[in-house]
Design a binder for this molecule. Structure first.
Ligand SMILES: Cc1ncc(COP(=O)(O)O)c(C=O)c1O
Length: 326
């Protein structure tokens, strides 16, 4: 199914509640506090949705990107920025670069097209394509260190993780009696940030990572307690398709998450449809994965449960097809 990721090239890092508190201050000039709403479950057990699909730019990524980029040093700024992204992070970096007056290059997976790529281009960023092989190498061998631009990592940077962690802070404030939190996992920045924030404030809450079957690197990380990468990840959920858990992220996730669950693309489609029709909210596949996990595993989850709906940037054709049920 896959092979182990490369050796640990960087020191493991730590992110604390203080870092997340600092991030709250840094990002409030550009981000929006998103609502947490109740979902009407048939058995009346409490389920809440944290609606990051209503965040500025349609996904949580602006939290981490702005926390990282607004604190860049003069030397970092002078080099311009570059990143690797399948969409939402690239858009957040391109938007932030435009607002900071910096040149920006975004590497997208080969053949990437559609609204996310168009939106990155519309922010004035330069787009380049990257093969899966180059993407894996850039991440596992940290080839981005040799790039002329300042690399804005999509997940493995303390400022990115602290920025995403501000969601956990808001959840702890909005739902002090929450028992279980479900968070989608791509590279692991969102889930580790949320878990660090929530567990510092509400230590007995269980945070689970959610992945799609075709890109499920995290279950192997929990089984083997080592980093892992899926050779050829395939899922409708582009936001969590990366299939790579880097060594420093494996370390953080193993320490801060309680466990993980996996859902199928079919589960995700059904979840997107229910979210649209019953919660009246548009989620992209990665954003609907947590609700899909609740549907499949709710008997095992202690309520109240909060599912993070991490983004809503979905191709309109796909959304129409899913809502029609075709
Ligand atoms: C909508 C959405 N959800 C979840 C994730 C996963 O975030 P992370 O890579 O920090 O695990 C992403 C990442 O791009 C995303 O775009």
């Amino acid at each position: 199914m896959g092979e182990k990721a490369g050796p640990l090239l960087v020191e493991p890092f730590e992110v604390t509640l203080r870092d997340i508190e600092a991030a709250r201050g840094a990002i409030q000039e550009v981000t929006w506090e998103t609502p947490t709403v109740r979902f009407p479950t048939p058995d009346g057990k409490k389920l809440f949705l944290k609606l990051e699909n209503l965040q500025r730019l349609g996904a949580f990524k602006i939290r981490g990107a702005w926390n990282r980029m607004s604190r860049m040093t003069e030397a970092e700024r002078s080099r311009g920025v570059a990143t690797i992204s399948s969409g939402n992070h690239g858009l957040a970096v391109a938007w932030s670069a435009k607002h900071l007056g910096l040149p920006c290059r975004v590497y997208v997976p080969e053949g990437a097209a559609g609204p996310k790529v168009d939106a990155i281009r519309a922010q004035g960023a330069e787009l380049r394509e990257m093969t899966r092989g180059d993407l894996v190498q850039a991440h596992t061998e940290e080839l981005w260190r040799t790039w002329p631009q300042t690399f804005i990592h999509p997940f493995a940077h303390p400022h990115i993780i602290a920025g995403q962690g501000t969601i956990g802070w808001e959840l702890a404030e909005d739902l002090p009696d929450v028992r279980t939190i479900l968070v989608p996992v791509g590279g692991g920045g969102l889930s580790s940030g949320i878990a660090i924030a929530v567990k510092a404030r509400l230590p007995s809450v269980k945070v689970f990572g959610i992945q799609a079957e075709g890109a499920a690197s995290l279950p192997r990380v929990f089984e083997t307690r080592t980093p892992y990468r899926v050779e050829r990840p395939v899922t409708i959920a582009d936001g969590i398709r990366i299939g790579i858990i880097l060594p420093q992220m494996a370390d953080l996730l193993l320490r801060h998450l309680h466990g993980c669950y996996v859902v199928s693309d079919d589960d995700i489609r059904k979840a997107m449809r229910r979210l649209a029709l019953e919660a009246k909210t548009v989620a992209e596949p990665a954003g609907a994965a947590t609700f899909a996990a609740w549907e499949r595993y709710h008997d095992q989850l202690e309520a109240p449960v909060a599912a993070v709906v991490s983004g809503g940037n979905v191709d309109p054709g796909l959304l129409a097809e899913i809502v029609r049920g075709s």
